[in-house]
Design a binder for this molecule. Structure first.
Ligand code: NAI
Ligand code: MG
Length: 514
């Protein structure tokens, strides 16, 4: 059945970003499609709840769009398209310079439409519009330009060997990349996955998170307008256990890149292993320590620790969710952290100055509230917040706990919400041990003026990123990824290219050396 999607009737400014021709396979239904139907088109006018003779919105949210749900059969079609595009299409065969120009043209088009796309990202995810427009979209554009720069600089080596051989390595695209992304940064996760794969000449089937299907479809249309050939980038909206699992276990997918929870990471790794042993990279959960040393400027440390935890509604894999503060400055820090959290502006993400929007969905909202309860029950001190914000939507009050102990659930589990846990430490040896005592190893923050302390902590912490006197610096060139159960492999920078390349050794016998 062809599902007619209600195409953003709530958002007319976007209509110009929608396709008018039929060049993409995963596109919205157009007027041209409707002309082919033999029955009159059916308008879906009634989508609200009918209560007491009135159409009303659901208490927990409003429908903004209906999206086609892909399942295993759609994944098969998308993989077949990506396979054809790789085996026979122009993308892997054109010069790297041509590929690079298409990536650059796409970046230009996104840059021209930043406001509209950022607004759609806010509808998509609930994040503050200012954050999407000023931070995430410019980063998205930067990532495409960065990898456009790599496209024509990928090459192998000439290697001296023992004997009469000419040895060279060819760095070749792997083939069809399956990519599964989460909902916390829908566009940035799209960029982290898509940029390196395309720069290396692969083709893609990308599954967006079921909570946030809108922006990937929107930018993919622009990409085709920028000259991306058909079948190179296929996008499936759908659920994890159906569409996601079908992609992870597909026999014709050569590489799998996943970002999401550690539990789901284990599932997709197993699916990949049981099917065709496709290469897998995983970017998973975290419980990152943010360590504030004795010599720190407390005001600045409070600001940074606040940002490290509360950014993006606390929904960051690398959130600084264990704030370790030295005992000498602990009381002052806690009081200032409480005041800062109470000043945090929560509300309509489209309004100027709003720092925090709603959590992504009811599941996450309930999960965060459950952890807050567990913090109270386990004896941590609730400094502020502690419940729902307002009466509509999934808003959570910025919440701060002090006197948190390492064995409390709020100090061990990934909460993924606006809940700061402040722990006390005595000395560097103590905090190193405690910071490393976790299944995770994604990132850490270190706040100190002492270069020796900074160096010592940077080396001792078993994590993929250490931010010293800064946090969440996501430059396109800086690699990101996890130790331990926070993942496998690195994304961004030059490292991400290796995820999407095969190395072929070509050994040619030399008849006469000179
Ligand atoms: P999830 O890891 O289940 O979902 C992430 C992606 O994986 C989505 O596209 C989803 O559809 C897909 N997926 C789910 N089950 C799958 C399966 N069986 N096979 C293939 N793909 C599958 O994350 P979820 O359930 O949305 O959130 C749960 C928790 O995960 C959060 O509370 C948070 O702690 C963590 N999380 C971490 C993220 C990160 O950036 N590392 C991002 C999102 C969630
Ligand atoms: Mg899940």
């Amino acid at each position: 059945m062809t599902v007619v999607r209600r195409v953003f009737s709530v958002f007319p400014a976007l209509s110009r970003l929608l396709p008018s021709s039929g060049r993409c396979s995963n596109r919205f239904t157009t007027a041209a499609d409707l002309e082919e139907l033999i029955t009159p088109p059916v308008q879906i006018n009634y989508t609200k709840l009918l209560i007491n003779g009135q159409f009303v919105d659901a208490a927990s949210g409003e429908v903004i769009a209906h999206v086609a749900e892909g399942d295993a059969e759609d994944v098969n079609r998308a993989v077949a398209a990506a396979r054809r595009a790789f085996d026979e299409g122009p993308w892997p065969r054109m010069t790297a310079y041509e590929r690079s120009k298409i990536l650059l043209r796409f970046a230009d088009m996104v840059e021209k439409n930043i406001k509209e796309i950022a607004a759609l990202e806010t509808w998509n995810s609930g994040k503050p519009y200012e954050q999407a427009a000023k931070i995430e979209l410019p980063m998205f554009v930067r990532l495409f330009r960065y990898y456009a720069g790599w496209a024509d600089k990928i090459h192998g080596l000439t290697i001296p060997a023992d004997g009469p051989y000419h040895v060279q390595t060819l760095h070749e695209a792997i083939g069809v990349a399956g990519q599964i992304i989460p909902w916390n940064f829908p566009l940035l996760m799209f960029a982290w996955k898509v940029c390196p794969a395309l720069a290396c000449g692969n083709t893609i089937v990308l599954k967006t998170a079921e909570q946030t299907p809108l922006t990937a479809l929107c930018v993919a249309i622009l990409f085709h307008e920028a000259g991306l050939p058909e079948g190179v980038l296929n996008i499936i909206s759908g659920y994890g256990p159906s569409a996601g699992a079908a992609l992870a276990s597909h026999m014709d997918v050569d590489k799998l890149a996943f970002t999401g929870s550690t539990d789901t990471g284990k599932i997709v790794l197993e699916l990949a292993g049981r099917s065709n042993l496709k290469a897998v990279t995983l970017e998973l959960g975290g419980k990152s320590p943010f360590i504030v040393c004795k010599d720190a400027n407390v005001n600045r440390a409070v600001q940074l620790a606040h940002f490290a935890l509360f950014f993006n509604q606390g929904q960051c894999c690398c959130a600084g969710s264990r704030t370790y503060v030295h005992e000498h400055i602990y009381e002052e820090f806690v009081e200032k952290a409480r005041l800062r959290a109470m000043r945090r502006v929560v509300g309509d993400p489209f309004k100027r100055g709003v720092e925090q929007g709603p959590q992504i969905d009811s599941e996450q909202f309930e999960k965060v509230l459950k952890y807050i309860k567990s913090g109270i029950v386990s004896g941590a001190t609730l400094e502020c917040g502690g419940g729902r914000f307002g009466s509509k939507g999934y808003f959570v009050q910025p919440t701060v706990f002090s006197n948190v102990e390492d064995d409390m659930l709020i100090a061990k589990d990934e909460i993924f919400g606006p809940v700061q846990s402040i722990l006390k430490f005595k000395d560097i040896d103590d905090v190193i041990k405690r910071a490393n005592n976790t299944q995770y190893g994604l990132a850490a923050g270190v706040f100190t003026k002492d270069v020796n302390t900074a160096n010592r902590l940077s080396r001792a912490l078993r994590v993929g990123t250490v931010w010293v006197n800064c946090f969440d610096v996501f430059d396109a060139a800086i690699p990101f990824g996890g130790y331990k159960m926070s993942g496998m492999g690195r994304e961004k920078g030059i490292y991400s290219l290796y995820n999407y390349l095969q190395v072929k050794a070509v050994v040619t016998h030399l008849n006469k050396v000179r």
